[in-house]
Design a protein around this ligand. Structure first.
Ligand code: AMP
Length: 372
Protein backbone atom coordinates (compact mmCIF):
# COMPACT_ATOMS: atom_id res chain seq x y z
CA UNK A 1 0.00 0.00 0.00
CA UNK A 2 1.04 3.57 -0.65
CA UNK A 3 0.29 5.91 2.22
CA UNK A 4 -0.11 9.69 2.04
CA UNK A 5 1.05 11.33 5.26
CA UNK A 6 0.30 14.91 6.24
CA UNK A 7 3.48 16.09 7.96
CA UNK A 8 7.03 14.96 7.38
CA UNK A 9 8.65 15.37 10.79
CA UNK A 10 10.33 12.72 12.90
CA UNK A 11 7.03 10.95 13.53
CA UNK A 12 6.55 10.56 9.78
CA UNK A 13 10.13 9.33 9.47
CA UNK A 14 9.54 6.67 12.13
CA UNK A 15 6.26 5.62 10.48
CA UNK A 16 8.23 5.13 7.28
CA UNK A 17 10.93 3.13 9.04
CA UNK A 18 8.25 0.86 10.52
CA UNK A 19 6.29 0.50 7.29
CA UNK A 20 8.98 -0.32 4.76
CA UNK A 21 9.44 -3.92 6.03
CA UNK A 22 5.66 -4.39 5.64
CA UNK A 23 5.88 -3.34 2.02
CA UNK A 24 4.31 0.08 2.55
CA UNK A 25 5.56 3.07 0.63
CA UNK A 26 5.05 6.69 1.62
CA UNK A 27 4.50 10.19 0.33
CA UNK A 28 4.77 13.04 2.84
CA UNK A 29 3.41 16.58 2.65
CA UNK A 30 5.60 19.09 4.45
CA UNK A 31 6.58 22.74 3.92
CA UNK A 32 10.24 21.69 4.13
CA UNK A 33 11.43 19.45 1.27
CA UNK A 34 14.38 18.43 3.47
CA UNK A 35 12.11 17.32 6.33
CA UNK A 36 13.10 14.28 8.46
CA UNK A 37 10.69 11.98 6.58
CA UNK A 38 12.29 12.79 3.21
CA UNK A 39 14.76 9.97 3.95
CA UNK A 40 12.02 7.32 3.89
CA UNK A 41 9.65 8.32 1.10
CA UNK A 42 8.67 10.85 -1.54
CA UNK A 43 7.91 14.37 -0.39
CA UNK A 44 5.55 17.03 -1.67
CA UNK A 45 6.75 20.44 -0.55
CA UNK A 46 3.82 22.63 0.38
CA UNK A 47 1.67 24.09 3.09
CA UNK A 48 -0.92 21.90 4.76
CA UNK A 49 -3.75 23.95 3.21
CA UNK A 50 -2.29 24.19 -0.31
CA UNK A 51 -4.85 22.59 -2.68
CA UNK A 52 -2.30 21.83 -5.44
CA UNK A 53 0.10 20.22 -2.99
CA UNK A 54 -2.73 18.16 -1.48
CA UNK A 55 -3.76 16.93 -4.93
CA UNK A 56 -0.15 15.85 -5.57
CA UNK A 57 0.01 14.21 -2.15
CA UNK A 58 -2.96 11.89 -2.72
CA UNK A 59 -2.41 11.01 -6.41
CA UNK A 60 -1.82 7.26 -6.65
CA UNK A 61 -2.00 6.67 -2.88
CA UNK A 62 -4.30 4.09 -1.23
CA UNK A 63 -4.66 5.58 2.24
CA UNK A 64 -4.11 8.84 4.11
CA UNK A 65 -2.98 9.52 7.65
CA UNK A 66 -1.24 12.34 9.54
CA UNK A 67 1.58 12.74 12.00
CA UNK A 68 0.33 15.87 13.81
CA UNK A 69 -3.11 16.89 15.03
CA UNK A 70 -3.39 20.48 13.87
CA UNK A 71 -4.34 19.44 10.34
CA UNK A 72 -6.73 22.13 9.02
CA UNK A 73 -10.35 20.90 8.90
CA UNK A 74 -10.58 21.67 5.16
CA UNK A 75 -7.48 19.54 4.55
CA UNK A 76 -8.95 16.63 6.50
CA UNK A 77 -12.15 16.97 4.44
CA UNK A 78 -10.22 17.04 1.17
CA UNK A 79 -8.32 13.88 2.12
CA UNK A 80 -11.40 12.03 3.34
CA UNK A 81 -13.17 12.87 0.05
CA UNK A 82 -10.45 11.11 -1.93
CA UNK A 83 -8.90 8.37 0.19
CA UNK A 84 -9.72 6.26 3.21
CA UNK A 85 -8.34 8.64 5.86
CA UNK A 86 -7.51 7.28 9.29
CA UNK A 87 -7.95 8.27 12.04
CA UNK A 88 -11.31 9.85 11.13
CA UNK A 89 -12.34 13.51 11.36
CA UNK A 90 -13.90 13.11 14.83
CA UNK A 91 -10.56 12.21 16.46
CA UNK A 92 -8.98 15.29 14.87
CA UNK A 93 -11.79 17.71 15.65
CA UNK A 94 -11.92 16.76 19.33
CA UNK A 95 -8.14 16.76 19.79
CA UNK A 96 -7.87 20.22 18.21
CA UNK A 97 -10.07 21.91 20.79
CA UNK A 98 -9.12 21.70 24.47
CA UNK A 99 -12.71 22.37 25.61
CA UNK A 100 -14.23 19.72 23.33
CA UNK A 101 -11.52 17.33 24.48
CA UNK A 102 -12.24 17.77 28.19
CA UNK A 103 -16.00 17.50 27.62
CA UNK A 104 -15.41 14.34 25.62
CA UNK A 105 -13.21 12.80 28.36
CA UNK A 106 -15.95 13.51 30.90
CA UNK A 107 -18.51 11.84 28.57
CA UNK A 108 -16.24 8.78 28.51
CA UNK A 109 -16.30 8.67 32.31
CA UNK A 110 -12.66 9.79 32.47
CA UNK A 111 -11.79 12.20 35.32
CA UNK A 112 -10.75 15.75 34.30
CA UNK A 113 -9.82 18.83 36.33
CA UNK A 114 -12.33 21.68 36.78
CA UNK A 115 -12.42 23.79 33.61
CA UNK A 116 -14.44 26.49 31.85
CA UNK A 117 -14.58 27.81 28.29
CA UNK A 118 -13.54 31.46 27.87
CA UNK A 119 -14.85 33.02 24.65
CA UNK A 120 -14.56 36.63 25.79
CA UNK A 121 -13.02 38.54 28.71
CA UNK A 122 -16.50 38.79 30.24
CA UNK A 123 -16.55 35.02 30.79
CA UNK A 124 -13.59 35.13 33.18
CA UNK A 125 -15.56 36.19 36.27
CA UNK A 126 -17.92 33.23 36.30
CA UNK A 127 -15.15 30.86 35.17
CA UNK A 128 -12.91 31.93 38.04
CA UNK A 129 -15.72 31.16 40.46
CA UNK A 130 -16.19 27.68 39.01
CA UNK A 131 -12.50 26.78 38.56
CA UNK A 132 -10.68 28.66 41.33
CA UNK A 133 -6.99 29.67 41.49
CA UNK A 134 -4.21 28.90 40.79
CA UNK A 135 -5.27 28.00 37.27
CA UNK A 136 -3.93 27.75 33.75
CA UNK A 137 -5.31 29.81 30.92
CA UNK A 138 -4.65 28.05 27.61
CA UNK A 139 -5.70 28.81 24.04
CA UNK A 140 -8.38 26.33 22.99
CA UNK A 141 -6.64 25.58 19.72
CA UNK A 142 -3.09 25.17 18.33
CA UNK A 143 -1.27 24.83 21.65
CA UNK A 144 1.64 22.38 21.92
CA UNK A 145 4.73 21.83 24.05
CA UNK A 146 3.47 24.31 26.66
CA UNK A 147 2.98 27.11 24.10
CA UNK A 148 -0.13 29.31 24.30
CA UNK A 149 -0.63 28.94 28.04
CA UNK A 150 -0.14 31.04 31.18
CA UNK A 151 -0.33 30.18 34.87
CA UNK A 152 -2.57 32.67 36.68
CA UNK A 153 -3.05 33.27 40.42
CA UNK A 154 -6.05 35.62 40.46
CA UNK A 155 -8.68 37.28 38.29
CA UNK A 156 -6.49 40.27 37.37
CA UNK A 157 -3.74 37.95 36.15
CA UNK A 158 -6.28 35.90 34.23
CA UNK A 159 -7.55 39.06 32.48
CA UNK A 160 -4.00 40.12 31.61
CA UNK A 161 -3.15 36.61 30.35
CA UNK A 162 -6.30 36.51 28.19
CA UNK A 163 -5.30 39.80 26.53
CA UNK A 164 -1.70 38.59 26.21
CA UNK A 165 -2.85 35.40 24.44
CA UNK A 166 -4.60 37.62 21.90
CA UNK A 167 -8.17 37.43 23.20
CA UNK A 168 -8.70 34.19 21.27
CA UNK A 169 -11.03 31.47 22.66
CA UNK A 170 -9.40 29.93 25.72
CA UNK A 171 -9.94 27.38 28.44
CA UNK A 172 -9.40 28.11 32.14
CA UNK A 173 -8.27 24.94 33.92
CA UNK A 174 -7.62 24.30 37.59
CA UNK A 175 -3.91 23.90 38.30
CA UNK A 176 -3.32 20.23 39.17
CA UNK A 177 -0.70 19.62 41.88
CA UNK A 178 0.39 16.38 40.24
CA UNK A 179 3.26 14.26 41.53
CA UNK A 180 3.95 12.73 38.12
CA UNK A 181 2.81 12.71 34.52
CA UNK A 182 2.07 9.54 32.62
CA UNK A 183 0.67 8.52 29.27
CA UNK A 184 -1.02 5.50 27.83
CA UNK A 185 -0.80 4.76 24.14
CA UNK A 186 -3.46 2.71 22.46
CA UNK A 187 -3.74 1.47 18.92
CA UNK A 188 -7.32 0.72 17.94
CA UNK A 189 -8.68 -0.87 14.82
CA UNK A 190 -12.07 -2.42 14.12
CA UNK A 191 -10.27 -5.73 14.81
CA UNK A 192 -9.08 -4.94 18.33
CA UNK A 193 -6.89 -2.82 20.56
CA UNK A 194 -3.26 -2.86 21.66
CA UNK A 195 -2.11 -0.78 24.64
CA UNK A 196 1.26 0.47 25.86
CA UNK A 197 2.07 1.80 29.30
CA UNK A 198 1.56 3.51 31.59
CA UNK A 199 4.63 5.47 30.55
CA UNK A 200 5.99 8.00 33.05
CA UNK A 201 6.90 11.35 31.46
CA UNK A 202 9.14 14.19 32.58
CA UNK A 203 8.63 17.59 30.97
CA UNK A 204 10.95 20.56 31.29
CA UNK A 205 9.54 23.91 30.18
CA UNK A 206 6.57 22.09 28.61
CA UNK A 207 8.85 19.88 26.44
CA UNK A 208 9.11 16.13 26.99
CA UNK A 209 12.57 15.18 28.22
CA UNK A 210 12.26 11.55 29.28
CA UNK A 211 9.71 8.74 29.11
CA UNK A 212 9.84 5.31 30.72
CA UNK A 213 7.50 2.48 31.51
CA UNK A 214 6.82 1.78 35.16
CA UNK A 215 4.56 -0.70 36.88
CA UNK A 216 2.03 1.49 38.65
CA UNK A 217 -0.97 0.83 40.85
CA UNK A 218 -3.01 3.16 38.63
CA UNK A 219 -2.10 1.21 35.48
CA UNK A 220 -5.41 -0.55 35.17
CA UNK A 221 -7.40 2.66 35.59
CA UNK A 222 -5.26 4.66 33.13
CA UNK A 223 -5.32 1.92 30.50
CA UNK A 224 -9.08 1.58 30.98
CA UNK A 225 -9.55 5.33 30.43
CA UNK A 226 -7.43 5.34 27.26
CA UNK A 227 -9.33 2.35 25.87
CA UNK A 228 -12.68 3.99 26.66
CA UNK A 229 -11.58 7.15 24.81
CA UNK A 230 -10.33 5.24 21.74
CA UNK A 231 -13.48 3.12 21.64
CA UNK A 232 -15.94 6.01 21.93
CA UNK A 233 -14.03 7.93 19.24
CA UNK A 234 -14.10 4.82 17.02
CA UNK A 235 -10.49 5.78 16.51
CA UNK A 236 -8.50 3.85 13.92
CA UNK A 237 -4.76 4.10 14.46
CA UNK A 238 -2.55 5.03 17.39
CA UNK A 239 -3.70 7.51 20.06
CA UNK A 240 -1.93 8.83 23.16
CA UNK A 241 -3.66 10.02 26.33
CA UNK A 242 -1.65 12.11 28.80
CA UNK A 243 -2.51 11.95 32.48
CA UNK A 244 -1.63 13.79 35.67
CA UNK A 245 -0.99 11.47 38.61
CA UNK A 246 -2.19 12.64 42.02
CA UNK A 247 -0.90 10.96 45.15
CA UNK A 248 1.42 8.01 45.49
CA UNK A 249 1.29 4.27 45.93
CA UNK A 250 -2.08 2.56 46.20
CA UNK A 251 -3.83 5.95 46.63
CA UNK A 252 -2.61 7.32 43.32
CA UNK A 253 -5.35 8.60 41.02
CA UNK A 254 -5.21 9.91 37.46
CA UNK A 255 -6.78 12.88 35.70
CA UNK A 256 -6.70 13.05 31.89
CA UNK A 257 -5.02 16.21 30.59
CA UNK A 258 -5.06 15.80 26.83
CA UNK A 259 -4.85 13.38 23.94
CA UNK A 260 -2.94 13.20 20.68
CA UNK A 261 -4.72 11.27 17.88
CA UNK A 262 -1.43 9.97 16.49
CA UNK A 263 1.83 8.27 17.36
CA UNK A 264 3.43 10.04 20.31
CA UNK A 265 6.87 11.06 21.58
CA UNK A 266 6.29 9.23 24.88
CA UNK A 267 5.97 5.98 22.89
CA UNK A 268 9.32 6.09 21.10
CA UNK A 269 10.67 3.47 23.52
CA UNK A 270 8.23 0.99 21.96
CA UNK A 271 10.49 0.76 18.88
CA UNK A 272 12.93 -1.52 20.69
CA UNK A 273 10.96 -2.00 23.93
CA UNK A 274 7.75 -3.60 22.68
CA UNK A 275 7.19 -6.67 20.54
CA UNK A 276 5.37 -4.39 18.05
CA UNK A 277 5.99 -0.63 18.12
CA UNK A 278 3.35 2.12 18.21
CA UNK A 279 4.42 3.02 14.65
CA UNK A 280 3.99 -0.45 13.18
CA UNK A 281 0.67 -0.88 14.96
CA UNK A 282 -0.56 2.48 13.63
CA UNK A 283 0.16 1.27 10.09
CA UNK A 284 -1.38 -2.14 10.71
CA UNK A 285 -4.53 -0.45 12.06
CA UNK A 286 -4.97 2.01 9.20
CA UNK A 287 -4.23 -0.67 6.58
CA UNK A 288 -6.79 -3.08 8.10
CA UNK A 289 -4.14 -5.65 9.07
CA UNK A 290 -4.14 -7.60 12.36
CA UNK A 291 -2.55 -5.63 15.22
CA UNK A 292 0.79 -6.77 16.61
CA UNK A 293 1.57 -7.69 20.19
CA UNK A 294 2.32 -4.52 22.23
CA UNK A 295 3.82 -6.52 25.14
CA UNK A 296 7.00 -5.02 26.62
CA UNK A 297 10.29 -6.87 26.08
CA UNK A 298 11.40 -5.44 29.44
CA UNK A 299 11.30 -2.08 31.20
CA UNK A 300 11.91 0.52 28.48
CA UNK A 301 12.53 4.23 28.23
CA UNK A 302 13.75 7.03 26.03
CA UNK A 303 15.52 10.36 26.45
CA UNK A 304 14.95 13.19 23.96
CA UNK A 305 17.99 14.91 22.48
CA UNK A 306 16.93 18.56 22.67
CA UNK A 307 18.88 21.35 20.98
CA UNK A 308 22.10 19.39 20.87
CA UNK A 309 23.17 15.80 20.20
CA UNK A 310 25.90 14.26 22.31
CA UNK A 311 28.52 12.47 20.19
CA UNK A 312 27.13 9.19 18.84
CA UNK A 313 30.37 7.53 19.98
CA UNK A 314 29.63 8.28 23.61
CA UNK A 315 25.93 7.39 23.46
CA UNK A 316 26.46 4.09 21.72
CA UNK A 317 29.18 3.09 24.16
CA UNK A 318 26.46 2.83 26.84
CA UNK A 319 25.11 -0.67 27.17
CA UNK A 320 21.74 -1.25 25.56
CA UNK A 321 21.38 2.23 24.05
CA UNK A 322 19.84 2.70 20.61
CA UNK A 323 20.17 6.03 18.88
CA UNK A 324 17.52 7.60 16.64
CA UNK A 325 18.59 10.76 14.82
CA UNK A 326 16.07 12.82 12.89
CA UNK A 327 18.44 14.52 10.43
CA UNK A 328 17.56 18.04 11.65
CA UNK A 329 19.88 21.00 12.08
CA UNK A 330 20.42 21.99 15.74
CA UNK A 331 18.44 24.85 17.28
CA UNK A 332 17.85 25.57 20.98
CA UNK A 333 15.18 23.26 22.40
CA UNK A 334 14.57 21.47 19.07
CA UNK A 335 13.90 17.71 19.15
CA UNK A 336 16.90 16.39 17.19
CA UNK A 337 16.70 12.74 18.13
CA UNK A 338 16.21 10.36 21.00
CA UNK A 339 17.96 7.42 22.61
CA UNK A 340 16.19 4.34 23.93
CA UNK A 341 17.05 1.67 26.47
CA UNK A 342 15.42 -1.69 27.23
CA UNK A 343 16.31 -3.20 30.62
CA UNK A 344 15.36 -6.33 32.50
CA UNK A 345 13.37 -4.48 35.17
CA UNK A 346 12.57 -1.02 36.62
CA UNK A 347 15.61 -0.86 38.92
CA UNK A 348 18.03 -1.60 36.09
CA UNK A 349 16.24 0.90 33.84
CA UNK A 350 16.63 3.56 36.58
CA UNK A 351 20.41 3.09 36.59
CA UNK A 352 20.85 2.97 32.83
CA UNK A 353 18.57 5.98 32.23
CA UNK A 354 20.51 7.98 34.84
CA UNK A 355 23.75 7.21 32.95
CA UNK A 356 22.18 8.22 29.67
CA UNK A 357 20.75 11.42 31.17
CA UNK A 358 24.17 12.42 32.52
CA UNK A 359 25.66 12.10 29.07
CA UNK A 360 22.82 13.97 27.38
CA UNK A 361 22.87 16.79 29.92
CA UNK A 362 26.66 17.11 29.82
CA UNK A 363 26.35 17.94 26.11
CA UNK A 364 23.95 20.78 26.74
CA UNK A 365 25.87 23.72 28.35
CA UNK A 366 28.56 23.47 25.69
CA UNK A 367 25.92 23.72 22.98
CA UNK A 368 24.28 26.74 24.58
CA UNK A 369 27.65 28.56 24.58
CA UNK A 370 28.25 27.82 20.90
CA UNK A 371 27.30 30.81 18.73
CA UNK A 372 24.43 30.38 16.23
P1 AMP B 1 -0.30 20.72 27.79
O1 AMP B 1 -0.02 21.65 26.65
O2 AMP B 1 -1.72 20.76 28.25
O3 AMP B 1 0.22 19.34 27.55
O4 AMP B 1 0.60 21.27 29.01
C1 AMP B 1 2.02 21.17 28.98
C2 AMP B 1 2.55 20.86 30.37
O5 AMP B 1 2.18 21.93 31.28
C3 AMP B 1 1.95 19.61 31.00
O6 AMP B 1 2.63 18.46 30.58
C4 AMP B 1 2.13 19.92 32.48
O7 AMP B 1 3.46 19.68 32.88
C5 AMP B 1 1.84 21.40 32.56
N1 AMP B 1 0.38 21.62 32.82
C6 AMP B 1 -0.57 21.76 31.86
N2 AMP B 1 -1.80 21.89 32.41
C7 AMP B 1 -1.65 21.85 33.73
C8 AMP B 1 -2.55 21.93 34.85
N3 AMP B 1 -3.87 22.11 34.68
N4 AMP B 1 -2.02 21.82 36.09
C9 AMP B 1 -0.69 21.64 36.26
N5 AMP B 1 0.21 21.58 35.26
C10 AMP B 1 -0.24 21.68 34.01
Amino acid sequence: VKIAVVGGGQLGRMLGLAGIPLGCSFRFLDPDPGCPAAAVGETVAGRFDDADALARLVAGCDLATYEFENVPAATAEFLAGRLPTRPGPRSLAIAQDRVAEKRFFAECGVPVQAFAAIDAAGDLDAAAGAVGFPALLKTRRMGYDGKGQRRVGNLAEARAAFADLGGVPCILEAFVPFVREASVIVTRSPRGMATYGPIENEHVGGILRQSRTRDEPFALAAVGHARAIAERLEHVGTLAVEFFVLGDGPDAAVIANEMAPRVHNSGHGTIEGAVTSQFENHLRAIAGLPLGDPAPRGAYGMVNLLGVEPPAEALLALRGVHLHRYGKSPRAGRKLGHATIVAAHDAELDLRLAELRRLVEAARPEAMARPG
